[in-house]
Design a binder for this molecule. Structure first.
Ligand code: AR6
Length: 186
């Protein structure tokens, strides 16, 4: 499904995010930035060892050894991925942020969009942040994701945002959220 928002495109597709060519690929990472399972594992495998090396450097230099906080985002190069850059963001673990989960999830999307915008990147692809290992219910997460992306696109000349959903069920859930968002808007 594709929607036009203020001259920008918001696209929903199914597939493996590591296979789709883009300017910026967003990774649903954890605070260590050292890789993991799910989409994080797939992105690190496809990018190659150099991605982990740069992530280690970011941990040591930019973050002075600390974890990347939930809702924040940092950028690295894309190495062997079909993307110029990767943005690593840390989604909230469902039920562990005293009701702040939606606000933190929204920050993952808005910070990633802003970082890309500042770098003049026109195409960004997102996975469904937090809805795997981190347990965020996909129906709730899809509403946060679509609203945050939609509001950003309404007020910026960006380009194209693609959400790459890993299952048909997730895709249908995001389609419903986007249809609802568009019907409220129009
Ligand atoms: N392409 C697109 N989506 C994918 C892919 C892929 N190749 N692989 C999985 N997904 P998750 P989280 C979907 O668990 O919930 C990691 O270990 C998946 O089906 O990857 O934010 C990190 O290191 C789900 O819909 O991320 C963290 O420790 C979505 O991506 C933790 O998991 C997110 O699932 C982060 O958990």
């Amino acid at each position: 499904m594709k929607a036009k928002i203020n001259g920008n495109t918001l696209e929903l597709i199914t597939g493996d995010i590591t296979q789709f060519s883009t300017d910026v690929m967003v990774n649903a990472a954890n605070g260590t930035l050292m890789g993991g399972g799910g989409v994080d594992g797939a992105i690190h495998r496809a990018a190659g060892e150099e991605l982990l090396e740069e992530c280690k450097a970011v941990r040591n230099n930019q973050l002075h050894g600390d974890l990347l906080p939930t809702g924040e985002a940092i950028m690295t190069r894309g190495y062997n991925l079909p993307a110029k850059y990767v943005i690593h963001t840390v989604g909230p673990v469902w039920g562990e942020h005293s009701g702040e989960e939606a606000a933190l999830l929204a920050k993952c999307y808005s910070h990633s969009l802003l970082l890309s915008f500042e770098k003049n990147m026109k195409r960004i692809s997102f996975p469904s942040i937090s809805t795997g290992v981190y347990g965020y219910p996909v129906e709730k997460a899809s509403i946060v994701a679509i609203q945050t992306i939609g509001e950003f696109l309404k007020s910026n000349e960006f380009g194209k945002v693609t959400m790459v959903l890993f299952s048909r069920e997730d895709y249908e859930t995001y389609v419903a959220a986007l249809e609802e968002y568009l019907s409220e808007w129009n």
